[in-house]
Design a protein around this ligand. Structure first.
Ligand SMILES: Nc1ncnc2c1ncn2[C@@H]1O[C@H](COP(=O)(O)OP(=O)(O)O)[C@@H](O)[C@H]1O
Ligand SMILES: CC(C)(COP(=O)(O)O)[C@@H](O)C(=O)O
Length: 270
């Protein structure tokens, strides 16, 4: 089971007492690099690219299935193209792949997407990633959580997504802070309304850049590289990470790559 990386361009936080109704609205794209999971007999340790880790959303998924009929006698082994904490939805991707894997392995008929979403939301590690990763592609999320209410916009194969990761950023620190939430929600809602009027990738990247600048979430380094990449379709910061993403057509790909130090080139996964 594979879950794609998810780049959030902009979002607004929607909280409810009911975790299924908690989530975010906003827009993002999934890419053809991401995370997959395997189970091997073991003591229940969790590994991410060979390193033993503790991922809250994964622990919650495990607890849920243990209450059903999961023995727990397996090591959970994630193989990923991206590090955790870089704003590419890996905490959600881990929860989603694991939830699907356990559901299939135990022949359960659980709503594995809901289980992954609730785990992620209750940990504060993400809001809309699981739903976007399940939907795949260029996804506009019009309502938080469940029932899933999204618009999936088909994109032709012309576009490349370039990612450069500069470091980590804890999602939880931002989405539990009221003053960040106020700024995020003001601009996030505005960007969503604008995108729905004209749902193109070009409009998405320019609104994502406006969101990143207006909320103050963008950092100086990424801002200056985004300016250098103005000859592409556009660039911004992947939320919520210390990660740049750029959308480019083939004609500008080489020039865009020459500006970056450690670019990861992806296609949209839809
Ligand atoms: N080496 C690590 N770096 C970053 N996060 C880690 C690491 N190991 C475990 N984690 C956990 O993984 C989760 C990352 O969540 P988040 O910041 O939302 O990342 P992402 O942007 O990849 O979804 C957190 O629960 C964090 O505690
Ligand atoms: C932006 C974020 C709240 C967090 O994303 P990440 O840092 O990748 O966990 C995401 O879940 C969303 O709702 O769009």
């Amino acid at each position: 089971m594979f879950a794609p990386g998810h780049i959030t361009g902009f979002f607004a936080v929607c909280k409810s007492k009911n975790s299924l109704k908690t989530g975010s609205i906003g827009a993002g794209i999934t890419v053809d690099k991401g995370v997959s999971v395997e189970l091997k007999e073991g003591d229940g340790s969790v590994f991410y690219n060979c390193k033993k880790v503790n991922i809250c959303s994964v622990e919650k998924v495990l607890e849920y299935y243990k209450e059903l009929r999961y023995s727990g006698c397996y090591d959970i082994i994630f193989s990923s193209d991206f590090p955790l904490g870089s704003g590419l939805g890996m905490s959600g991707g881990c929860a989603l792949t694991l939830s699907k894997k356990l559901n299939d392995m135990l022949n359960l008929n659980e709503s594995y997407v809901k289980i992954a979403h609730v785990s992620e939301v209750e940990c504060g590690t993400g809001l809309g990633d699981v739903i976007a990763q399940y939907t795949k592609g260029f996804v506009i999320r019009k309502a938080p959580g469940f029932p899933i209410n999204v618009e999936k916009i088909h994109i032709n194969d012309d576009y490349y997504i370039i990612i450069e990761i500069f470091g980590e950023k804890e999602t939880k620190e931002i989405i539990t802070n009221e003053s960040w939430i106020n700024r995020i929600n003001e601009y996030g809602r505005r960007c969503l309304n604008e995108l729905l009027k004209n749902p193109t990738l070009e409009n998405f990247i320019s609104l994502s850049y406006e969101f990143a600048v207006n909320t103050g979430l963008i950092n100086e380094n990424i801002l200056s590289i985004c300016d250098d990449l103005k000859f592409t379709v556009g660039a911004s910061q992947s939320m919520l990470g210390n990660t740049l993403f750029c959308i480019s057509k083939k004609e500008t790909l080489e020039d865009a790559l020459s500006i970056l130090k450690n670019p990861i080139v992806c296609k949209i996964y839809q």
